[in-house]
Ligand binder design. Structure first.
Ligand code: ADP
Length: 873
């Protein structure tokens, strides 16, 4: 037996959407069949039923109500599925035969527009990658064209990168979905959905034509795209084609932004995580931003400002000119507290302009969303006023001037929306009024007809009471019978003959009259026509606003930019940051630097600031000190200050001079980074090797306990060799935090290595963490004292102290190192006999600060040490 016509239609549509779960609209439900039904029931916990298919085998079926569909779509997409939404394209009441159906949209993780699929605080990218050829002048490394789009904001970015730059690009964009040619060798990030397309779709020539047509230009030059960008153009072409397939109603993208490789300081995934820029190491991925840099810096007021700040943090600038320009703009706002305040209150009423504009452009806004767009636009003049006040303090700088000169209040759009829509526009055109009075003569007439109809009903009631003498007579309305006249049982004898009985109720009867029916007709048609007319007027308003989407997007970006600059100024003033001085030189000099996140976790002024200087002659710092002293904090603080400066933010220091960098790398040794779970020594070594291959003299490298995930000698040797390489070959600024004291000997071997330690003070047998950075290596690790702080039992501590003393005595130390102390190790000076503890102790004495009693006690201690030595030798 053949399948039913409905199932034939389903099969036909499904055949074109093989890789998606098809939501097949049937009345008030979206139905899924076959494998889709099984997948959905498994993923969403829906009941699986069966549908008869014209005598053929029953078809597995699962359905979700249309009203609740958004949530099911969201859950499927979060699980990495694509969902094709197939609608009924005609009214089933009037359709002849099977209702015509079409897929109006395919939702994927990377192509989402609905609010509940998106996070307001971050962009949602789908990226396409196209492989270009390798170039000799770039070391023969393949070039990859990248196009990234966020269809919810209309953003489109193009870039051409080398293979090694792909990873930091992914770290920056976090694409939800990657479009590649089938069987591509490119490795997408594990968290993104991979979509494969045919290779001809990535053809740059074909793509160039498509893109030019899409943006209505003759050649791509006009979009700032050059001949060198071929691979990116190919990627953009494939992406555009794919997005148009997903959104047959059209995609709304602003003109592409071309990211030039030399304009951005790439931040790889590990550095982003280790510096805790937008997610914390401990927190669940992407969940909370507590304890992150963005959490401290984010004083933005609008959602698009928040997204832009995130983009800024993940793509710091890499040229002195661009950084200075942004710093100038931020400085203007720091100098204009009133303007900043005015700006914040103006921005307060601005909603997500960027996404609201996109929805209008796609003809998808609800009345409420269009009203929100209008209300947001009415704030623009106040935003501009505040911006121009800020710009007036210190000549504005080029960024503020550019923002101002391109400013567009969008007054026409705002006032049109305000004129057409009612004050509190509803979610949907329907029960409540959408279009204001006075907008459309026809609508007003229909309304007065309907309302006049209502008046007439009241009049009829009065008339009928008069005519029949039944004072309790009532005119009412219900959905089944429409308008009726209700007469109680005791008055039924007074009912005139022209009353037609419709319904008997407990204590009376309901009637209609020809006059009543006529009014009813008029009221009901009017109501129906009002809704229809409102819909027409709303659609036309939305279409008119939608046509302005380019202007709206431009202003959304300008508003976001203003918001971020003012936010950076706000946080700079509140937290006491200073403007860093950017230079073209090598030196990095930070005076009284603080960790922007850690300082906020403690009472004000409790954080101990530290100075740090890296110059060409002293470019590698080996940082030692006991656990908990503050090594990691200093290391990350330097990374964060450097990064903030490149973002154009003020920095937590009293003064900072920063030579512009090309990369910032941060690596944390395996055992220090357990939070990530999968961290192994192998991963750590792979990351270290990536740094050694990529870093240049202009890079900043921060290594924390590298080489710890293996045996001590392995670890020390690797750390030693890595440091040597960075010092001799790369020549970059490096800080290496380690608890291997052996590494302090590097300073004797290598000219530009300096030892620093994070000092602790001893009080009796206790230690006090003072968190102060001092020249010189640490001599002890104070592990036992830290153990005491952590609550180790007294007996254990006592025994450990005793053992330590034994170990520190020369003989035992020599005895223990013998089996492993090879010639090579001796050459390195790694395992030379430990220094005489008595000499060490004496060298550490500050005679001026000793009281006579302390001096006597010290002498006693030294004498006893010497006696112990004599006894054991
Ligand atoms: P290490 O890496 O040496 O083991 P951390 O950098 O993790 O030590 O610092 C340990 C703790 O000490 C931090 O969590 C912080 O609370 C505190 N700390 C570190 N540096 C400072 C500082 N400069 N001022 C105040 N407290 C600090």
């Amino acid at each position: 037996m053949s399948p039913t016509p409905l199932m034939q239609q389903y099969q036909e549509i499904k055949s074109r959407h093989q890789d998606a779960i098809l939501f097949f609209r049937m009345g008030e439900f979206y139905e899924m069949f076959y494998g889709d039904a099984e997948t959905a029931s498994r993923t969403l916990g829906l009941t699986l039923t069966a549908r008869n298919n014209g005598g053929a085998a029953d078809v597995p079926l699962a359905g979700v109500p249309v009203k609740a569909a958004a949530d099911y779509v969201r859950r499927l997409v979060e699980h990495g599925f694509r969902v094709a939404i197939c609608e009924q394209m005609e009214d089933p009441k009037v359709a002849k035969g099977i209702v015509r159906r079409e897929v109006i949209e395919t939702v994927t993780p990377g192509a989402a527009i609905a609010d509940d699929l998106l996070d307001g605080s971050r962009s949602n990218y789908v990226c396409a990658l196209a492989e270009g050829g390798a170039r000799r002048e770039e070391g023969g490394e393949a070039r990859i064209g990248v196009a990234a789009a966020d269809i919810s904001t209309g953003e489109l970015r193009l870039a051409v990168v080398r293979t090694s730059e792909l990873e930091p690009l992914f770290a920056r964009l976090s694409p939800r979905e990657i479009v590649v040619v089938a069987n591509s060798s490119l490795l997408p990030p594990p968290s993104s959905l991979v979509t494969e397309r045919e290779s001809w779709e990535f053809d740059p020539q074909l793509a160039a034509d498509d893109i030019a047509r899409h943006f209505g230009v003759l050649t791509l030059d006009g979009l700032g795209i050059g001949t060198d960008d071929g691979p990116a153009v190919g990627a953009a072409g494939a992406l555009l084609r794919y997005l148009k397939e997903l959104q047959p109603g059209g995609v709304s993208l602003a003109r592409p932004i071309v990211d030039r490789a030399d304009g951005i300081l790439p931040i790889d995934e590990m550095t982003r995580r280790n510096l805790e820029l937008v997610e914390s190491l401990r927190g669940t991925a992407g969940q909370s931003t507590a304890g992150t840099l963005i959490d401290v810096l984010d004083r933005t007021v609008t959602p698009m400002g928040c997204r832009l700040l995130r983009q800024y943090l993940l793509a710091p600038l890499a040229t002195k000119a661009s950084i200075d320009a942004r710093l100038d703009a931020v400085e203007c706002f720091t100098r204009a507290p009133m303007a900043r305040e005015a700006l914040r209150s103006a921005l307060d009423g601005v909603r997500d302009l960027e996404r609201l504009a996109t929805k209008a452009g796609l003809g998808r806004s609800t009345p409420r969303e269009l009203a929100a767009l209008g209300a947001s636009l009415t704030r623009l003049p106040a935003v501009r006023a505040a911006l121009s006040d800020a710009a007036a303090t210190k000549n504005g700088g080029v960024i503020l001037q550019t923002l101002l000169s391109g400013w567009d209040d969008c007054e026409d759009i705002a006032s049109e929306i305000r004129r057409v829509l009612v004050q509190d526009a509803p979610i949907a055109v329907g029960d409540d009024p959408t279009i204001a009075t006075g907008v459309d003569a026809e609508l007003d007439e229909l309304r007065s007809l309907r309302d006049g109809g209502r008046d007439s009903i009241a009049r009829i009631q009065a008339d009928e009471r008069g005519r029949t003498g039944i004072q309790s007579l009532k005119v009412g309305f219900n959905k089944v019978f429409g308008y009726y006249i209700e007469v109680t049982r005791s008055n039924l004898h007074l009912v005139p003959p022209d009353y037609q009985r419709r319904q008997t109720i407990t204590n009376g009867e309901r009637f209609v009259t020809p006059a009543l029916k006529e009014y009813e007709e008029r009221v009901l048609t009017a109501t129906e026509r009002i809704e229809q007319r409102e819909r027409e007027l709303f659609d036309s308003l939305r279409a008119r606003v939608g046509k302005q989407v380019a202007r709206l997007h431009a202003m959304a970006r300008a508003t976001a930019g203003t918001d971020v600059l003012a936010a950076l100024a706000e946080v700079a003033m509140r937290e006491g940051y200073t403007r860093p001085r950017m230079t073209g030189g090598f030196e990095l000099r930070i005076t009284a630097g603080r960790h922007p996140v850690v300082e906020r976790m403690m009472p004000r002024d409790k954080f101990v600031p530290n100075d740090l200087r890296l110059t060409e002659d002293a470019r590698v710092i080996v940082l030692t000190g006991p656990n908990m002293a503050g090594k990691s904090t200093i290391l990350r603080q330097v990374g964060l200050i450097a990064l903030m400066a490149h973002v154009g933010s003020f920095v937590p220091a009293s003064d900072a001079e920063i030579g512009v960098m090309d990369r910032i790398f941060t690596r944390v040794g395996a055992s220090d980074n357990l939070a990530r779970g999968q961290s192994t020594f192998m991963v750590e070594m792979a990351e270290t090797s990536a740094i050694l291959h990529t870093a240049t003299a202009r890079s900043l490298i921060l290594l924390d306990e590298i080489g710890r995930g293996t045996s001590t000698y392995d670890g020390v040797s690797i750390a030693w060799a890595v440091t040597e390489h960075l010092h001799d070959v790369t020549g970059c600024k490096t800080i290496f935090a380690t608890h291997y004291h052996e590494l302090t000997q590097l300073a004797d071997e290598l000219s530009a290595v300096r030892n620093f330690n994070v000092a602790v003070r001893e009080i009796g047998d206790r230690i006090l963490f003072v968190h102060r950075l001092e020249p010189g290596g640490a001599d002890r690790s104070y592990g036992i004292e830290v153990g005491r702080l952590a609550g180790l039992p007294d007996a254990v501590l006592k025994r450990a102290r005793h053992l330590l003393r034994l170990l520190e005595s020369e003989q035992l130390a020599r005895g223990m190192s013998e089996p492993v102390a090879t010639d090579a190790a001796h050459q390195l000076g790694l395992f030379a006999a430990s220094p005489d503890p008595i000499v060490e102790k004496l060298a550490g004495v500050d005679v001026n600060s000793l009281t006579p009693i302390q001096a006597l006690a010290l002498l006693d201690e030294l004498a006893r040490d010497a006696q112990a030595r004599k006894m054991s030798s």
